[in-house]
Design a protein around this ligand. Structure first.
Ligand SMILES: *[C@@H]1O[C@H](CO)[C@@H](O)[C@H](O)[C@H]1NC(C)=O
Ligand SMILES: *[C@@H]1O[C@H](CO)[C@@H](O)[C@H](O)[C@H]1NC(C)=O
Ligand SMILES: *[C@@H]1O[C@H](CO)[C@@H](O)[C@H](O)[C@H]1NC(C)=O
Length: 544
């Protein structure tokens, strides 16, 4: 094992020594090469079947094709990218278990950097049911570990269009927590000799929340704020202008932003489809009107697919460039962005103030906790009442629903409220662990009456709960945090299932928790509980 690690490490060193591209760094609101030249992204989204529309959202099947894992397709496509004149690609989902060295080397040789989204369709922060948990953080870390080996990786996106309008602003709390934790992960690697890589966010452009979003991700402690702001902008369509497209407003707004801003996607196709694109937006983006504020952008996208945003049509093994590829190539070749040398640049912008909570911005300053599987393990081993080992995950929702409705304090440890900025310390654990914590809290609140750890066999009293000595401090801290949340929660105002665990909340609308076995073992009290539970949470409220 030790030998393998050493061998791997030396291979990595060799790979790094071979690299031709200088790492990109940032200073103030600009990017630079390590030797001090300003860097403008001239990028293109590169991921087949990235999605059915701008934003790369996958519909239906949660599959993806890792664009950097197939040497053959990279050998075919990288020369096409190089000829197009891009210096960066954006990927939306890579498989951290795949070998990317061949493609990364081809890209590096072609002068092309990579900026990669950290999620994948089945494992990313979901705007409708957002969370930031151990499973997601593990995914994000593994992508950083994998791509971080290559010097031509600029950095990452912690999320893409997660909050997309005023109805789902709370999701941004989880994306910012992800930003904080992945930045810390990279910083810890830097302390051991690793290099800087950025973590940013790619936003859509929604007039109602645009300002709050940009402020929120940039505000507060800079170790927790985004390194750069990516904007997915489709406002320049057909024949347009700096003013008509609203680019002027964006430049004005971001002129005092303290970190780099660029287009994370652009290339409106509403006039004449992909092939109708004139790429005058490209010319504008690298003109003096914009280069003082914007660091370039990423065209959406390489592959021509059903959504009709491509510059290259791939059929079987062949890739054929389209007419708008040639137009884009000509426009890119003509740009000459005026730049500033790093040595001459003194940043003056400061971070934004955090936006106040309002009707259109339900995100307080306090963020969700850092996912910590050790803490979850410690907690789970210490439980006096835990889920039965054969309990199916689909049944969790009803138990959460029942307990959180009837004993809100028992759910404080998993509570999540972005508007109040209140998060239970175990809200980042997996659903089974969260359920364990809630069952145990309920059991304790009921003075360990045996009826309170049964739920007709769904819960089991643990005969030898253990608090390992290495767990004492973290469990103590967590229990103080639970107490704080419980106080903040106060009265039973029906946060109920909305504070339940991620995968179970959506289940809580399922039919009530119906014990399937005989009810003989239940005491009077428990029969009362059973009836309420069987009636479902809503009915229980009325009955009370
Ligand atoms: C907000 O976005 C969601 C998810 O894309 C969408 O379903 C909803 O209709 C949008 N609401 C408004 C008011 O735009
Ligand atoms: C930039 O200026 C605008 C308008 O004056 C203001 O709303 C915004 O908060 C400022 N941003 C920063 C980062 O200071
Ligand atoms: C508790 O309930 C009262 C009355 O409904 C309400 O005024 C108060 O704000 C609530 N407190 C909390 C912490 O929710």
């Amino acid at each position: 094992m030790g030998f393998l690690r050493a061998a791997l490490a030396s291979t990595l060193l060799l790979a790094a020594a071979d690299a031709t591209l200088e790492p990109i760094i940032m200073k103030g609101s600009k990017f630079f090469t390590k030797s001090g030249d300003q860097f403008f992204l001239k990028g293109i989204a590169y991921q087949q079947e990235a999605g059915t529309g701008p934003g790369g959202a996958t519909s239906g099947s949660n599959t993806y094709v890792d664009p950097l894992a197939n040497e053959k397709t990279c050998k075919r496509d990288v020369p096409i990218l190089e000829k197009l004149g891009v210096n960066a690609i954006r990927t939306y989902a890579i498989n951290p278990d795949s070998d990317h060295s061949a493609c990364m080397k081809l890209l590096d040789d072609a002068g092309i950097y990579v900026i990669a989204d950290l999620g994948e369709p089945a494992l990313s922060i979901n705007r409708d049911d957002p969370s930031w948990n151990v499973e997601l953080f593990d995914r994000y870390k593994s992508v950083i570990d994998n791509l971080g080996q290559y010097s031509n990786v600029i950095g990452f996106f912690a999320g893409n269009e997660v909050t997309n309008n005023a109805t789902n602003t709370g999701a941004s709390a989880y994306v910012k927590a992800a930003t904080r934790d992945t930045k810390k992960y990279i910083a810890d690697k830097m302390a051991k000799g690793g290099r800087w890589m950025g973590v940013g966010y790619a936003a859509n452009d929604d007039a109602e929340i645009r300002v709050h979003m940009a402020q929120y991700f940039n505000c507060g402690d800079q170790d927790e704020a985004i390194d750069y702001w990516g904007y997915n902008i489709y406002s320049w369509c057909g024949k347009s202008s700096f003013e008509k497209s609203g680019y002027d407003v964006q430049v004005e707004f971001f002129s005092n932003y303290s970190v780099p801003v660029f287009f994370a996607e652009y290339g409106c196709n509403t006039v004449g489809g992909a092939e109708g694109r004139l790429w005058d937006d490209t010319t504008a983006l690298y003109s003096d009107q914009m280069t003082g504020v914007f660091s370039g952008g990423i065209v959406y996208m390489f592959h021509e697919e059903e959504n009709d945003y491509g510059v290259v049509k791939v059929t079987g093994d062949t890739a054929k460039t389209l007419k708008n590829y040639d137009v884009l190539r000509t426009k890119l070749a003509a740009v000459e962005p005026s730049s500033t040398a790093m040595s001459a640049y003194q940043p003056t912008n400061s971070p934004a103030a955090c936006p106040p909570v309002s009707e259109n911005w339900k995100v307080a300053k306090a963020m969700p906790p850092t996912p910590d599987s050790d803490l979850c393990d410690c907690m789970f081993k210490s439980l006096s009442c835990a889920p039965a080992s054969n309990l199916a995950e689909k049944d969790y929702g009803d138990i959460f629903g029942y307990i959180c409705e009837n004993d809100e304090k028992a759910c404080a440890g998993i509570k999540r409220d972005t508007e109040a900025g209140v998060y239970g310390p175990y809200s980042m654990c997996n659903p089974k662990e969260q359920l364990g914590h809630v069952l145990d809290a309920y059991y304790n609140n009921q003075n360990k009456g045996s009826y309170a750890c049964d739920f007709d066999g769904a819960a089991k009293v643990q005969t030898s709960p253990k608090v390992e000595s290495s767990c004492e401090v973290s469990l103590d801290q967590a229990s103080s945090a639970v107490a704080v949340v419980a106080t903040a929660t106060g009265n039973a105002s029906g946060t109920g299932s909305s504070s339940g665990s991620d995968s179970s909340t959506s289940d809580s609308a399922a039919p009530g928790f119906m014990p399937s076995g005989p009810i003989v073992t239940l005491g009077n009290m428990a029969i009362g509980l059973y009836v309420l539970v069987a009636m479902g949470a809503g009915a229980a409220m009325v009955a009370l």
